[in-house]
Each structure stands twice: as C-alpha cells, then as structure tokens.
Design a binder for this molecule. Structure first.
Ligand code: FAD
Length: 290
C-alpha cells in the first residue's frame, strides 16, 4: 500500500534503518533487527541509501524484506547525487520487481572520499523527482525545520519543498530536531505558501554522549539550552543518560501529537532497544492516538 494512502486514514509510526556497509552476513543481521522492529507494528520502515551510492543492493534487499517477508510498507530512500540515470533505472527496476511502492527521493551529500563528480546528473532532489515522477511510485521528500544548511533562508528552502510537492511528493519526512517550535514554524510557513502534504516529524532519541556529536555534525540541529544542560549533567552515567534520551523523545512526541502531527518517524538507526523503549513508554498513546 502507498504510504500517502495510509496517512489519509491514520497517524503513522515509522522507523528509519540503514543497510550494513559490509557483506551478506551483516545483511542477515540487519534482517534480524528488522524482524524485531516489525513486532512493534510500525506503519512503515524506511531504509537509507548510501550518499556514495555503494549499498544500493542492500537498500533494495532490505526494503524487499520489509515489504514481502514482514508485510510492512517499505520506504526506500534513493539519492540522486552519486547516481547516473542508468543507476536509477536499475534501482527502479529492482524496486518494481520487489513491489516497493514508496521512494524518499533525495540529493545526498558528497562523501569526503568520493572522487567522481557529485550531482553530475541530478543536481537536486527535485531533478530526481522529475526523473521518477511517471514511474508510479509514491514519492516523498526531505524537509528541514531549521532550514537546510546550504539554504539561503527558510523561505527559499520552503519554495523548493513546494517544488517537490508539485513534482509529486505526497508527504515529507523532516530532519531531526530537538526543539518542536522549529517544526511548528516549518508547518505553518509551508501551509502559508500552499504546501498541503503531511509533514512527518523525525525524532531521534539521544542515547549516548557520542550520538550528540554525530547528530550535530550530520544535521546541525539545535539542542535547546535546558536539554543541553541535562545532557551534560547525566553524561557520565550511561543508564541515566539513556533514560533522559528516551524521556525527552517521548516528551517531544507527546507534544507533537497534541499539536496535530500526522505521524512520528523515529530515527532508531537499527537500535531495537531504543525502538522498544520508546514504544513501551508510549503504549497507551499509540493505542489511542495512532
Ligand atoms: P535538496 O532538496 O536538493 O536540497 C539541498 C539544498 O538545495 C537545500 O539548501 C535546498 O534549499 C536547495 N535546493 C533544493 N532544490 C533546489 C533546486 N531545484 N534548485 C536550487 N536549489 C535547490 N542522505 C543520504 O545520503 N542517504 C539517505 O538515505 C538520506 N536520508 C535522509 C532522510 C531524511 C528524512 C532527511 C531529512 C535527510 C536524509 N539524507 C540522506 C540527507 C540528505 O541527503 C541531505 O540533507 C542533503 O544535504 C540534502 O538532500 P535533499 O534531498 O533535501 O536535497
């Protein structure tokens, strides 16, 4: 089923996962992770696509496993930056063969060790969407509550978001954020310029001090001062630190739901403990509000 159809009828719970960088053994391990995540009844699971384009096989194989073995909708990420039209044709062929109906179309970021010309054929996500728009997939796009790091302004970023919708994006998934006010501003300004599609907030529970640095360097999201102070206070006590990460994410989610978010996308990044902890804490909320 197409994810935009699910979104018309209910709030969605979804998880973001990634394929292993190495071989088949690791792929089997990732399938075990997906099996565990499936027990939490998500509406869809997304699988990332390497910014360098190297793990496309893993991406398709895991998306297919989610869809065809676990019977859960799969959202396959696809990055245009490292791809030629032929690469995209090949992935599209495989996705179709495996009944995958949903693609999150992205640009990607040039990896440091990437030597070839990046974005040679698909300069922006919109170019990839233009290329994919008649292929019958439900397309989704990325959205940035604090504006994309390269954007000259949120307003400019929103115009490109609108272009994504015009090219067929049926929903958006946001970058990670820790201050819900950025999400509310994004939704408000998006609606003001006529963007109608659901904008699913992306939430990442911070479960270790290391994850803070990684998250900050990857997406530059602002951490509010009161949360930063707590992260600092608990940083030497790993169990308490995890509790803080889970509880803060739960607080964000409960606030987002109360203000009408169409679903929650959890950046669990193959961590089943994190997924279990969040879903357990939200058991009644999920029963009553999803
Ligand atoms: P774009 O939409 O192309 O935007 C990039 C910049 O260009 C922005 O500043 C925007 O304002 C501007 N822009 C957009 N369109 C145009 C246009 N037509 N003309 C001129 N300027 C334009 N990366 C991966 O490598 N693999 C993944 O699987 C992956 N999954 C992600 C999932 C989510 C939910 C999010 C939010 C990000 C993900 N990323 C992933 C990271 C993403 O690739 C980077 O954030 C990248 O820098 C931008 O991708 P984009 O699709 O938003 O690009």
């Amino acid at each position: 089923m197409k994810i935009d159809e699910i979104l018309k009828n209910k709030r969605t719970l979804s998880f973001e996962t990634f394929p292993p960088k190495k071989g088949m053994d690791d792929l089997d391990k990732t399938k075990e992770v997906l099996k565990e995540l499936a027990k939490l009844n998500p509406d869809f699971i997304s699988v990332t696509y390497g910014a360098g384009g190297s793990n496309s096989k893993g991406n398709v194989e895991l998306a297919s496993y989610i869809k065809n073995e676990l019977n859960i909708e799969a959202l396959a990420h696809l990055t245009g930056g490292p791809s030629t039209p032929e690469d995209i044709d090949n992935v599209v062929k495989e996705l179709k063969k495996n009944n995958i109906e949903n693609i999150l179309a992205l640009r990607g970021d040039k990896p440091l060790d990437y030597e070839a010309e990046y974005c040679k054929y698909f300069k922006h996500a919109t170019d990839l969407m233009e290329y994919l728009k008649d292929d019958g997939f439900t397309l989704a796009g990325a959205a940035y509550p604090e504006a994309h790091v390269e954007a000259i302004s949120l307003k400019a970023d929103l115009e490109f978001m609108k272009k994504k919708e015009e090219l067929g994006a049926k929903f958006f998934v946001t970058q990670i954020f820790f201050d819900n006010e950025y999400y509310y501003r994004l939704v408000k300004e998006a609606r003001e310029i006529g963007i109608k599609s659901p904008i699913i907030p992306g939430i990442m529970p911070l479960v270790s001090p290391k994850s803070i640095a990684r998250t900050k360097s990857m997406c530059g999201s602002t951490i509010p001062l009161n949360y930063r102070n707590m992260l600092e206070f608990y940083q030497d006590k790993p169990k308490a630190f995890k509790e803080l990460g889970y509880n803060y994410a739960v607080y964000q989610i409960m606030d987002l739901l109360a203000k009408g978010a169409p679903g929650i996308h959890l950046y669990v990044m193959n961590n089943t403990t994190t997924a279990n902890e969040i879903v357990r804490r939200l058991e009644n909320v999920i029963k009553e509000y999803f």
